[in-house]
Design a protein around this ligand. Structure first.
Ligand code: ADP
Ligand code: MG
Length: 263
């Protein structure tokens, strides 16, 4: 479904991704992990066609995606319909006067009739349990509510692939738990998921496979999530476990979610 071959990217000379190779099959749920600045958001932007790599090849469903193709309105529209992106900061994604219009925006762009649009919007609002916000201003919602609206907007296009950049950030534990279960359901329903996250406690439940970035913007591990979570030295090396390690000091031992860790 998604194939990245030797992708590199730099922001005016500042390297953000180096020689990235990833192959994601249809229906997989994959977590991207790594410290701040390791390149996760940049990679997700490339996958969503928001930026184009300096070198390497990106293929979506076997077709090469290029900046030139994405400039063709027809191609871009179809591509963005098949792959949805939930941004790290929901504020950058929400711009309409009320939640209904926000969720309706994509389906209207697709050229659906107003009654089909209404059906889709209502289905998505129900799916996310946010019917009550229908006529609220997105701007005034809480962080968790905004995230749900942003997800509804993306799902309204019924994409095959869902890409989420740090979806747990800024959410309270109960909303995080809800989101984890929601993502598992989406994956079970056949959606391919690509999620960047720092949340080691929840990542195991969301994805069977994890890809780890180091601070040099390269991939240093691509393996089953439960195995990666036991690679404590590797996680320490990329600054993903220090915080936990200290927080649990003084207790009998440090652990995430199971008791397999020897710390
Ligand atoms: P992550 O999402 O893993 O935190 P990013 O992909 O945001 O990492 O960033 C990768 C690297 O690129 C970092 O060194 C970051 O400072 C740099 N970077 C990200 N966005 C920009 C930008 N718009 N301009 C310049 N440098 C950027
Ligand atoms: Mg990021």
């Amino acid at each position: 479904m998604i194939e990245l071959i030797d992708i590199s990217y730099a922001y005016s000379g500042i390297s953000a991704l180096k020689n990235i190779n990833i192959h994601v099959e249809k229906g997989e749920a994959v977590a991207l992990m790594g410290a701040n600045g390791s390149g996760k958001s940049t990679l997700l932007k490339i996958i969503n066609g928001l930026i184009s790599p300096d070198s390497g090849v990106y293929k979506f469903d076997k077709e090469e995606i290029t900046a030139k193709k994405l400039r063709e309105a027809k191609f871009a529209k179809l591509f963005h319909q098949r792959i949805g992106f939930v941004f790290q900061n929901s504020d950058t994604q929400l711009f309409c006067a009320d939640v209904y219009d926000e969720v309706a925006f994509g389906p209207r762009q697709m050229g659906l009739s107003e009654s089909e649009v209404e059906q889709r919007v209502n289905d998505c609002l129900t799916l996310l349990s946010i019917e009550a916000f229908k006529h609220r201003q997105p701007y005034h919602l809480s962080g968790g509510e905004k995230r749900k609206v942003a997800i509804a907007c993306v799902l309204a296009l019924n994409p095959e692939v869902l890409v989420m950049d740090e979806p747990m950030n800024g959410l309270d534990p109960r909303t995080q738990r809800w989101l984890v279960e929601f993502m598992v359901k989406l994956n079970q329903a056949g959606k391919t998921l690509l999620i960047s996250t720092h949340n080691l406690e929840l990542v195991q439940e969301i994805s069977q496979r994890a890809i780890l970035f180091d601070e040099n913007h390269s991939i240093i591990a691509d393996m089953p999530t439960d195995i990666l979570l036991m690679e404590i030295e590797l996680l320490k090396k990329v600054n993903l476990v220090d915080e936990y390690y200290h927080r649990h000091e003084g207790e009998h031992h440090a652990h995430f979610h199971n008791h397999n860790y020897n710390l």
